[in-house]
Ligand binder design. Structure first.
Ligand code: BTN
Length: 263
């Protein structure tokens, strides 16, 4: 059950100013993705449905990642039911890059002089440190839906983070940006709406965006998919979302995995 949060989110303005049709605000949750996956099973839930948490206790990430959800961090999950006629299931993997590049676009509008990059498939980097992570999960039943979980370090300065995270992560407030959570949330949701529509209707524009922010092309990278590790020079992102690595004279397409090293 949703509890009344201490810090007030303006749910009415989220509903009025974005494509979200329903919103649930929690003071504390284990994981907004877990809650959105739970909701996805209900036919009564209408999409896009937003789950927001003031504080998240067990934020999950890709692979072995966890998410550090200190106060001031924006953590939310969006439950969507894409139109299969416009975006067939075979193209859903392209959503990860599209969400990551939407976050890059929203941040670049707020911080035009800052270096913002997309580390395949959907981590967002600011000044060379991770500012945002995305976890996209597909729920198959009763009908295909997708959960887009976003963590964005906004006002949770890394000065108060565990020391092992301080060199890896960054928050917007650490580069002097004072942005209210509500404002950045609305910007992100609007950008997601625009770019996810484009993904369905004019995908080449979205693919250009992936490549505009791409961090890895031209670099030596190593990617681990849980079974094997591929090392090579990144030669770009394929139209289908795969990371392309030149390795032993062949271009290999990687569809999953975590990029562990890049130089
Ligand atoms: C990653 O870094 O690998 C992705 C992190 C994604 C974290 C967000 S926070 C909101 C949503 N709920 C979760 O449990 N995870 C995502």
């Amino acid at each position: 059950m949703a509890t009344k949060p201490k810090t007030v989110w303006d749910s009415a303005s989220i509903l009025a100013d974005t494509f979200v049709v329903d919103v649930e605000v929690h003071e504390t949750l284990a994981s907004t993705n877990d809650r959105a996956l739970e909701l996805s099973a209900s036919e009564q839930v209408t999409c896009p449905f937003l789950v927001l948490a003031q504080s998240q206790l067990q934020g999950r990430g890709r692979g072995q990642n966890t998410w550090w959800s200190a106060p001031g961090c924006l953590t939310f999950s969006l439950l969507l039911q894409p139109d299969l006629a416009r975006l067939p299931l075979s193209r859903w993997p392209e959503m990860s890059l599209t969400v990551g590049s939407s976050i890059c676009t929203a941040l670049a509008k707020k911080l035009p002089s800052e270096p913002i990059h997309l580390k395949w498939p959907n981590d967002v980097y600011l000044r060379g440190a991770k500012v945002s992570g995305v976890l996209v999960e597909i729920a198959a039943l009763p009908r295909p839906r997708v959960v887009i979980g976003v963590g964005l370090n906004v006002n949770n300065s890394l000065r108060s983070a565990p020391v092992e995270l301080q060199s890896k992560l960054i928050a917007l407030c650490d580069v002097g940006a004072e942005i209210p959570l509500q404002a950045i949330l609305v910007d992100l949701l609007r950008e997601l709406d625009v770019q996810l529509r484009r993904l369905a209707d004019s995908p080449q524009e979205v693919r250009t965006l992936w490549r505009t922010f791409d961090l890895l092309t031209g670099r030596q990278v190593s990617i681990d998919d849980g079974i094997s590790r591929v090392c090579g020079i990144c030669v770009g992102i394929h139209d289908d979302g795969a990371l392309m690595l030149l390795s032993d004279g062949d271009v290999k397409r990687c569809y999953s995995g975590v990029v562990e090293h890049w130089e």
